[in-house]
Design a protein around this ligand. Structure first.
Ligand code: GLA
Ligand code: ZN
Length: 671
């Protein structure tokens, strides 16, 4: 699909479900899709019920015909394995396939994404179906990717899962004593005598709310276990199709910052990352940008696929607001600007029944091409044809990185205190937005990623420091890197057990500070600090800290800790480490990010108003600067480069003004 000898342009298409329609309509669909310059269809996402109508019957005739039709019309295929929703007969005959939820309720047949990941029945029949599909369609040259299942997610607390959890724990800890130690079960007399004593942590056991648990250790291990159990299902199908069609890359559609699954671990087993982008009507553009960068970071910057987005409305949002004219195009290019090599929709044709009949589609219920949405889709399709292979495979070269870690996210989520207002993603976004608004490329990286290519690494709220990660940061700073972390960092190890000796634990020498106490401010309350003449709020959490080797750059101004440091800098080896002891506002994040970037030799791509987002991707054809006007007004940008707008064929030189109408996009190719 991407990085594939069969692909010579940004693929354009999406989910197509002709099985929901009479065959006589298919040719007309093809006519319209071709008119919109669509060249890829994702097929077979939810067809398990018709492919395997009973335990020993398989039926592929309809899929054969669909594949034949789209092939005849020159479409490429992203072929799904259909295992995102099991057939009704399977649920009736093998109830082990049904999930049990967080409240202990065993589910009946219904909905989708509904199979227990540890069900032997699910695993057996999912693998068989994947195998049959791969065998049957292995010689279809136009299949450019496998799409395993669909939006894996959720969790299960059934008895299969409970048994599997014990096996997983035994494998991880070997002895029950090691489990007791890791979970600190001496607290509240929770000592386990045998692995058989262990039950899954939900509302029937350790939890008293979704994010409230009496034992973080067990809840954290359950999160890991659940993510890995579902990953095992993906891997089972991956191995099956890969063995039969080794040249067809395999993916599954991810969902951005989706908490239940550790996508950094998942991506190691995927050939390429793909994801579904559904920003809400009031989402700020930086949110989608952050998700794109997070998805790009999963495979160390390799281009990803935008697998789904709506061409117009998203029916499951509280307000099914229309994407305003130009917005679908703008957001499509935003995905490309951040590393996507495909633009794909859910869905190509609107269904007439069930819960997604009012979800946007390229072919609307009107069933003709004279619609605003169709025209916009066709216009974008023509542009993508024009771009051709120019930008394919291009990379983002970032010298700055933000650390994002799923295990850390879970641990913060379950942490009892210090504030209900502490949300990991919010703190990540605070810093991300500063980079994005400054037009400074930034990678979102995991704790397994190498730091040596970066000059500045920010790790907001790095609450959990996994074994060895402090050493990685230490080496990075010693060699001249700039590092920033914040309040509530360095507190615990990978079991959520506190590192004693003063926070931020193992990061203490790098930062040259120690934190004695942490004050949680109620909603609306704030302290303040003045940095370089400007006063900023100190919100939510305020560390009471002491400098050791660090230099205090400014101090709190109110309350009994007025005069204590709030921002510090520690010269360490050839680099420096910054500590931000509180949560503040956008103006502060912008100031501190800009300052540390300047100190690290990192410059913005170009200065623009915040509503103009600029990114860069580079390949053998040059560097492509993407200018995205998120504003509702025309904006002008004074260019600092010479190049050609590849959409309009306009030539620009340094000092020229690029005028961008509201929601418009320019892609400037520089040498
Ligand atoms: C998800 C699914 C699709 C569809 C869309 C609707 O992304 O993968 O099957 O349900 O949502 O927004
Ligand atoms: Zn289960």
């Amino acid at each position: 699909m991407i990085h594939n000898s069969k692909v010579h342009k940004i693929l354009y298409g999406g989910d197509y479900n002709p099985e929901q329609w009479p065959e006589e309509t298919w040719e007309e669909d093809m006519r319209m899709l071709k008119l919109a310059h669509i060249d890829i269809v994702t097929l077979n996402v939810f067809s398990w019920a018709s492919l395997q109508p009973s335990e020993n019957t398989y039926y592929f005739d309809k899929l054969d015909k669909i594949i034949e039709t789209v092939t005849k019309h020159g479409m490429k295929i992203c072929l799904a394995t259909s295992t995102g929703a099991h057939p009704a007969w399977m649920a009736r005959k093998y109830p082990d396939i049904l999930r049990t939820d967080f409240h202990g309720m065993k589910h009946k047949f219904g909905s989708r994404h509904n199979s227990c990941p540890n069900s032997p029945t699910y695993r057996k029949y999912a693998k068989t179906l994947a195998q049959k599909l791969a065998e049957r369609y292995k010689s279809c040259d136009n299949i450019v990717a496998w799409h395993i299942s669909n939006e894996y997610g959720g969790e299960c607390y059934c008895e299969n899962c409970e048994r599997a959890f014990r096996v997983w724990l035994k494998d991880k800890y070997k002895t029950i004593d090691a489990v007791n130690e890791a979970w600190d079960t001496a607290f509240w007399g929770h000592t386990f005598y045998d692995f058989e004593d262990i039950v899954l942590p939900n509302m029937l056991s350790e939890h008293f709310a979704e994010n409230r648990t009496t034992f973080q250790g067990i809840s954290l291990d359950y999160r890991r276990f659940n993510s890995e159990s579902i990953l095992d299902c993906f891997r089972l199908e991956y191995d099956t199709v890969h063995a039969i069609t080794p040249d067809i890359p395999v993916t599954t559609n991810l969902m951005g910052a989706y908490q239940p699954l550790d996508y950094q671990m998942w991506a190691k087993y995927m050939d390429f990352v793909s994801w579904d982008n559904y920003p809400s009507h009031d989402a700020i553009p930086e949110n989608a940008a952050l998700n794109h960068d997070l998805m790009r970071g999963l495979k160390q910057g390799m281009p990803f696929a935008l697998m789904e987005q709506t061409p117009s409305v998203t029916n499951w949002h509280p307000y099914c607001a229309l994407k305003r004219p130009g917005v679908m195009r703008l957001w499509s290019y935003q995905a490309v600007a951040h590393g996507a090599d495909t633009v794909m929709f859910f869905q190509l044709k609107r269904s007439i029944g069930a819960c997604e009949k009012y979800h946007g589609a390229v072919i609307d219920h009107a069933c003709h091409e004279n619609t605003r949405v169709f025209r916009e889709v066709a216009q974008l399709g023509a542009e993508l044809d024009k771009i051709g292979s120019l930008t394919l495979g291009s990379r983002t070269h970032a010298k700055a990185a933000i650390v994002f870690d799923w295990n850390n996210w879970w641990a913060i989520h379950y942490s009892a205190g210090p504030s209900i207002n502490l949300h990991y993603c919010d703190e990540i976004r605070n810093y991300y937005k500063a980079f994005n608004n400054l037009n400074i490329p930034v990678d979102l990286i995991g704790v397994d990623d190498d730091l040596s290519g970066y000059s500045f690494v920010a790790a907001p709220v790095l609450y959990m420091v996994k074994p060895g990660y402090d050493e990685k940061i230490r080496r990075f700073v010693q060699k001249g890197g700039r590092f920033l972390t914040t309040f509530f960092s360095g507190y615990v190890d990978d079991h959520d057990l506190v590192t004693t000796g003063g926070y931020p634990g193992k990061l203490r020498d790098i930062l040259g500070v120690w934190v004695e106490e942490e004050d949680a401010l109620p909603e609306g309350a704030h302290n303040s600090f003045t940095y370089k003449g400007i006063t900023y709020p100190a919100k939510m959490l305020c560390d009471l800290l002491h400098t050791e080797s660090a230099q205090s750059l400014c101090t709190y101004e109110q309350d009994f800790y007025a005069g204590m440091p709030v921002l510090t800098r520690n010269a360490f080896g050839e680099g420096a480490a910054y500590y931000v002891a509180t949560s503040s506002d956008a103006a502060f994040y912008r100031t501190i990010v800009k300052e540390i970037c300047t100190e690290s030799g990192i410059r913005p791509l170009i200065d623009t108003p915040d509503c103009i987002e600029v990114t860069a991707r580079t390949n053998g054809n040059g560097t492509f600067l993407f200018f995205l006007n998120h504003d509702t007004q025309e904006q002008g940008v004074t260019l600092n480069c010479t190049g050609k707008d590849i959409l309009k064929d306009t030539l620009y030189k340094e000092g020229d003004t690029l005028y961008l109408p509201a929601k418009d996009v320019a892609i400037i190719q520089t040498a």
